[in-house]
Design a protein around this ligand. Structure first.
Ligand code: 13P
Length: 260
């Protein structure tokens, strides 16, 4: 695969999960904006809770920072208590949506099928989906990582059209590395990304696969991001805990450019 021929702009995304009120969101961006104002070596995305999306969009107007929702429903509207739709997220000014995070899969019944439906809905409403996949610790220990990633890829993304697939971002987040301080080594991340890129090539063609951005997520910190990003198949990071502090997130954004 001629990866080197393709420019994949890195993406450094923060996933705030269920943290930060609207006031705390404003406080974050007051500091963060000044630290990343000149960045253009990567796309910067922050996934804020639904209730803070409009505030986050307002605070980042004119900055390089883009705002994401943390999920998106597959219907445009309807009787789906507690859910938020693509048109609502677009209307709030977002351009991205995280889909299929392992916490949604683990605690809220998200399946490969709902991941597919949410991904397709995001695309329909011109949101770039950041689709998360990743294996559990016991699956890794049983040697099933490749099978799990392949299944998640085929069942969650395999039915997209080539045109749809060309607009998504994938995030590899091994569950054992999330919030544990146990980061995957760059080699482990690179190997998993290669499994995903190979699947992408099989289903959507070499060129599309070579253009696919695959982020790594799981205990990314300012001091490990450059080593991860030095792997040619790692196109960015999806950062949880370390994205909550504007200085630490800015360090990650800035260090992600060191190997470029
Ligand atoms: P941590 O960076 O806190 O491990 O979280 C990773 C994650 O789940 C991002 O979506």
């Amino acid at each position: 695969m001629s990866e080197v021929d393709f420019q994949r702009k890195p993406v450094i995304a923060g996933n705030w999960k269920m943290f930060k009120t609207a006031v705390e969101t404003r406080q974050f961006f007051k500091v963060f904006n000044t630290l990343v104002a000149q960045v253009d070596h990567c796309e910067i995305v922050i996934a804020a809770p639904f209730i803070s999306l409009e505030v986050a969009v307002e605070e980042t107007a004119g900055s390089p920072v883009q705002i994401a929702a943390q999920s998106v429903h597959w219907e445009a509207q309807g009787a789906f208590t507690g859910e938020v739709s693509g048109p609502m997220i677009r209307a709030a000014g977002c351009n991205y949506a995280v889909v299929g995070h392992s916490e949604r899969r683990q605690y809220f019944g998200e399946t490969d099928e709902t991941v597919y439906k949410r991904t397709a809905a995001a695309l329909r409403h011109r949101l770039t989906p950041i689709v998360c996949v990743g294996e559990r610790l016991e699956e890794r220990e049983d040697g099933k990582t490749e099978n799990v990633l392949t299944r998640q890829f085929i069942e969650g993304l395999g039915s997209l059209t080539v045109e749809q697939f060309s607009r998504i971002i994938v995030a590899y987040e091994p569950i054992w590395a999330i919030g544990t301080g146990r980061t995957a080594t760059p080699a482990i991340a690179a190997e998993a990304h290669e499994v995903l890129r190979t699947q992408a090539a099989k289903r959507f063609g070499e060129d599309i696969a070579a253009g696919l951005r695959i982020l790594y997520g799981g205990s990314v910190k300012p001091d490990n991001v450059s080593d991860l990003m030095a792997e040619s198949g790692v196109d960015g990071a999806l950062v949880g805990g370390a994205s909550l502090d504007p200085r630490s997130m800015a360090l990650i954004v800035n260090h992600s450019g060191e190997s470029f």
